[in-house]
Design a protein around this ligand. Sequence first.
Ligand SMILES: NC(=O)c1ccc[n+]([C@@H]2O[C@H](COP(=O)([O-])OP(=O)(O)OC[C@H]3O[C@@H](n4cnc5c(N)ncnc54)[C@H](OP(=O)(O)O)[C@@H]3O)[C@@H](O)[C@H]2O)c1
Length: 346
Amino acid sequence: MIKASIYGASGYAGGEILRLLLSHPKVVVAQATSRQFANEPISLIHPNLRKKTALNFSHPDDLKKCDILFVALPNGKSMYLMSKLKKLAEKIIDLGADFRLHKQSAFEHWYGYKHENPKLLSDFIYGIAELHREKIKKSACVACAGCEATVSILALYPLVKHNIIEEKIIIDAKMSSSQAGLKPSLSSHHPERAGVVRSYMPTGHRHTAEIIQELSPFNKNLDVAISATALDMVRGLLVTIHAIPKQEVTEKDIWKAYRNEYQNEPFIRIVKERQGIYRYPEPKILQGTNFCDIGFEKDKITNRLVIIAAIDNLVKGTAGQAVQAMNLMFGFPETMGLEFTGLHPI
Ligand SMILES: NC(=O)c1ccc[n+]([C@@H]2O[C@H](COP(=O)([O-])OP(=O)(O)OC[C@H]3O[C@@H](n4cnc5c(N)ncnc54)[C@H](OP(=O)(O)O)[C@@H]3O)[C@@H](O)[C@H]2O)c1
């Protein structure tokens, strides 16, 4: 058994890591931190975990050594703490944005503030197992991808790698409210948030940087644009991606590219059915699961390729991705603790 602790465990990502780890057969949760709720029972904030654990939240100042530390703090916080945290655990998985980008200049360009610990950037492996499995297995530090970046990269990686699409890619992302984290704001207040189809970031989404970083080894000239819309859902993320297929590309080529990369991937499913209600990926039926569902349709009239992909932002988009990486880092079966198939109807 390994001892795992979570720094920032009262938040949504931290709570989801707790949910997954408390049912993981090879993990004992040692500590889960919160400043606001230190010494209070975990189930006070995460009521789904009632009777699953008797632990109380610890204050971050009381963190002790463990085998693996999950860091689930808001963006821009872990870079101040990471040197210290590395002394507490041999292995660290950071869920925030601070160590996802390899280049300091890219971080500072997209986040608009100085990186406080650029020396550590090269220690971190980007956390998407489907792209970096072998490196993750050998790494001590993993930076999990942003949720919007995760679903977009997984949808696009085979197409860019196999030269299926042109460089211009437009991602239309539909986001849920849990992506904004636990801290309320005026825009997340129920009367303002309920029922919305709010275009909140038509341009300039920060996850563009991660998508370019991860796909540029296969094509240096990618031109990626994201438009993000907030929908009235608590969990889930759907992207509809518009790309231009290369002239000679057939539907068979697209299938082949996805099969080549994903046929043995336990958490990727190609969803493109002729009949049924859920003919394309649908975030609703992925809630709580670590799946990324990907579908596509080639529009012969306009020569457009539409790729549709969905995840649960809190699972494959963060905590599930982190547990998948942990399994690789410790040599556990990759799917351990991540077998939940979702609910239907939900
Ligand atoms: N939500 C998502 O869908 C999602 C998806 C992908 C990635 N992520 C990433 O996961 C990370 C956490 O996101 P979240 O949505 O879980 O955020 P959140 O709900 O706001 O939770 C943040 C956690 O960090 C603690 N915290 C906040 N400021 C702190 C500080 N200065 N020092 C120590 N602890 C502090 C909070 O607890 P106390 O204030 O009680 O200490 C809380 O436990 C983010 O970096 C985000 O980019 C989130």
